[in-house]
Every structure is written in C-alpha cells, then in structure tokens.
Design a protein around this ligand. Sequence first.
Ligand code: OAD
Length: 237
Amino acid sequence: MKAERIVILTGAGVSAESGVPTFRGPDGLWEGHRVEDVATPEAFAARPGVVQAFYDARRARLAEVAPNAAHDALARLDREWPGEFLLVTQNVDDLHERAGSRRLLHMHGELKSAWCLACGARSPWEGPLAGGPACPACGAKGRMRPDIVWFGEIPYHLDAIDQALAACDLFVAIGTSGLVYPAAGFVETARFAGAYCIEINLEPSDMASRFHEQRTGPAGRLVPELVEALLSARAAA
Ligand code: OAD
C-alpha cells in the first residue's frame, strides 16, 4: 500500500477498549436517555439542568479511563509520518490528545471545553458546568454550555477536513458505525480524490461497501498492525 497523505477518521469504537461506551452498542451511552433529551439545542433550552448533569458526568468519567493501544498507535503515526497527516475524530473524549496526537481535529466538539453563550468564547474546562459557573473570558454567570456539536448543529472544522480529504491518498475509518453525516460521507470524498479507503471496525459498518478494504476486529489490535505496516513500508521505500 503506497501512501503519502493520510486522513484517519475515528468514532466511538476507538475508545471502546478504554471503557468509554459507544453510542449504539448494547451498553450504549444513550441508555436511560433518549438522544433528543440530551443532545439537541432544544433539550438544552427546555431542561438545561438535565443536559448539564449528563455531560458533567461524562466529563468527570474521563479521569477514570486511559488511552488504549489504538490511540497510542495513531499518536505514533502522527509523530513518525513525514507526509501529510490528519486525524479527525467524532469523539468528544480527550484520549487521542492524551496519547500524544497533535495533528488532530475534534469535529463534534470536546467534553473539556465550555462555550459561553454570552460572549462566544470557548474555554478549556475541567469541572462541572451545572450550577452556572462564570465564563473565564467575560465573567457572565450561567451562560456556559458544553462545547459539543448537538444534532441539528454544524460540525467543526469542515473546511479543513474537506481540504485534507480532497488531497489524501489513504483514508482510514476506525470504529464508526457510518450512520451520522457528514462524517459518514467522508469515504465518498476520499474515493473521489482517488484515495485507497480502509475500514477498521468490529463488524462491517453501514458504509462498509464504499471502502476498498475492510478489516474486521478490535481497533486495539488492528490499528497498531496497520500503523506498523505503514511505517515499515515507508522506511523501506
Ligand atoms: P457508534 O456507537 O455509532 O459506532 C461505534 C462503532 O464502533 C460500531 O460500528 C461498533 O461496531 C464499533 N466498535 C465497537 N467496539 C469496537 C472496537 N473495540 N474496535 C473497533 N470497532 C469497534 O459511534 P460513532 O460512529 O462514533 O455524535 O457515532 C457517531 C456520532 O453519533 C457520535 O460522534 C455522536 C453520535 O450521535 C454527536 O454527538 C454529534
């Protein structure tokens, strides 16, 4: 496999082996909550306390999980790959950056960021947002929301992602069900650009037929194998 410019897309499956529940698995994150009760701007307007508590709990749980072998391998690829490289994640956890990834974009926002609806500033955030803390930028109280892209909102960094996809020659989607757009459509953009497309997932996703190759199994085993093969091929070239 010859590659120069790589784009990787990750979803909840890459963090599953770290103990972060996926969205649509049997232990799904939405268990006990309907998506529309916690992941829409309408839900936040109607029941801000419920929504803040839901994301506060998820943010607090980050301290109990750690990057796994898949996160580590992707951070190694970022460090050692001399060509163009972009890791796009749909995940709102911080496991990619804790593993050491740098060329990384969070398209669905981040648990450890808070967005002030009074001044528009986005600030790094560790603790709870319930209780209406003051915005570090403008001091307004009770106006901060989780910096998460909810259903009906536009994902972040789409221009930069589109540019990278349009120029890549290898696209790899890891641990994503291929059900949520626009991420589910990235494989089409990459194919159109002439990229070789690989899917790594526990089971073939809804978009599996659009990839040139599927590798079925746990990301914690298959991602380190892929990274090793890419770096070895590069070293031998
Ligand atoms: P999903 O929960 O929809 O899909 C996770 C995928 O990972 C499934 O296809 C699983 O089979 C696979 N999987 C589980 N464990 C795995 C493992 N150990 N190794 C490899 N694959 C594994 O999660 P996403 O596709 O990330 O959006 O969901 C996309 C978006 O839907 C999320 O970002 C979120 C949600 O609504 C927003 O919050 C905006």
